[in-house]
Ligand binder design. Structure first.
Ligand SMILES: Nc1ncnc2c1ncn2[C@@H]1O[C@H](COP(=O)(O)OP(=O)(O)O)[C@@H](O)[C@H]1O
Ligand SMILES: [Mg+2]
Length: 381
């Protein structure tokens, strides 16, 4: 029996292990995490305590497992590169992580491979910033920290004038992108087996609240033309092929009204935009990654019904132990599935769980999501 080692013990690790256990896969799952109090510890066969950014902790972890993967990008990539050179099976290949963990390197990778992406600038602080910004059209731009960001932290949208006023405040390791104005955000999850076989999941669309302009939920299939659907999959596949690695990859894309597509970024792991696949697809993103890790045949990714996913996040007005309101109501709803990640404390905007909502058609699905969204909340306990 093989032992899979997952670096990181968050909810993605939890759901990866749950998928393996509920499908009766013949493998053990160890996680590397800095503390026992983490979502994946509840289902892992073993928790090894260690710092995921520590070189030696990853080396030590590798002695206990046959296959290594990760569920978070902020880990020690040098250790993984060393282990890979020693012949350890690591999926995806750590060189992928080296490209992706720095948004500047990632952008340059797309450019070098002629993959469409937002015009961008890795600021050269020795020459005039204003002149460098000429490559960016329009007045809005997006400033991104090259490393360490997640869930929108480390991403700021502002005007060129605002940026020029305070440019030095951002520090030197930033990337500036042209703002994707009036674009639909979609994502395509691509699975690549160890034998090179490749499948895509049905495309996913982010649904923004028209008042707050925040992502309210994600749904699949994306409501886009067949032509755009095919085109987005072609671009996602080309991008993933350029990475030359087995693994599960979520390709985030901007789709413009005229059909133009830009790649925003790639996540080399299961992704928030694929959580609905647990109930919504024949094979979930998590089972598919297990298939890849254990060198099994890739599963059918067909969507069973239109599906959506609502994140449950910690409110901004308190930090501490918590409970969900209206749980009984939710559990009595047909086609609604609550996933609680079992985190001890709620913090502002921390992902605590999610709800999958399924319906016969898109109109009903969107209506049902609005209702669920209105009912579910997190309260101090
Ligand atoms: N060039 C851009 N134009 C418009 N919106 C953007 C752009 N880049 C990022 N965003 C918005 O910010 C969000 C987070 O940015 P992203 O680079 O995906 O960071 P993260 O790593 O936090 O997911 C995106 O989902 C999108 O809504
Ligand atoms: Mg993103």
């Amino acid at each position: 029996m093989k032992t899979v080692g997952i670096i990181g013990g968050g909810q993605l690790g939890l759901m990866l292990i749950e998928a393996a256990k509920s499908s009766g896969l013949d493998a053990e799952y160890y996680i590397l995490e800095s503390q026992l109090d983490c979502p994946a510890a509840k289902v892992a066969d073993k928790v090894l305590i260690g710092n995921i950014i520590d070189y030696n902790a990853i080396l030590e972890f590798s002695n206990h497992v046959d296959i290594i993967t990760w569920e978070i990008e902020h880990i020690n990539v040098e250790a993984l590169l060393f282990l890979s050179r020693q012949g350890k099976l690591i999926i995806p290949h750590p060189e992928v992580l080296e490209i992706i963990k720095d948004k500047g390197v990632q952008k340059q990778f797309y450019k070098n491979h002629n993959l469409p992406t937002a015009p961008f600038l890795i600021v050269d602080w020795t020459i005039s910033i204003q002149e460098q910004m000429d490559v960016l059209n329009g007045d809005l731009l997006v400033v991104k920290f090259r490393t360490g960001g997640y869930d929108g932290k480390g991403v700021l949208i502002m005007t060129k004038t605002e940026f020029l006023e305070d440019a030095f405040l951002f520090g030197k390791d930033i990337l500036i992108e042209q703002y994707a104005d009036d674009a639909t955000e979609i994502s395509v999850i691509v699975a690549v087996g160890q034998d090179g076989n490749l499948v895509t999941f049905p495309s996913i669309e982010m649904y923004f609240n028209s008042n707050s302009n925040l992502v309210e939920f994600l749904f699949s299939p994306a409501q886009i033309s067949e032509e755009s659907d095919i085109h987005s999959k072609e671009i996602a596949i080309s991008a993933v092929k350029a990475l030359k690695s087995a693994g599960l990859f979520a390709v985030e894309l901007f789709l413009f009204k005229d059909g133009v597509i830009w790649i925003n970024e790639i996540a080399p792991r299961p992704h928030n935009s694929g959580h609905h696949t647990i109930e919504g697809c024949v094979t979930s993103q998590f089972l598919q990654l297990n298939n890849i890790l254990l060198d099994r045949k890739l599963g059918d990714t067909s969507l069973i019904k239109p599906s959506a996913m609502i994140n449950i996040v910690g409110p901004e007005d308190f930090e501490g132990t918590y409970k969900y309101a209206h749980i009984d109501w939710l559990n009595s709803q047909k086609g609604c599935f609550l996933h609680d990640y079992g985190k001890t404390l709620s913090k502002a905007n921390r992902k605590l769980g999610h709800i999958t909502v399924m319906s016969e058609n898109m109109e009903q699905l969107i209506q049902k999501c609005e209702t669920v969204k209105g009912f579910i909340s997190v309260k101090p306990s």
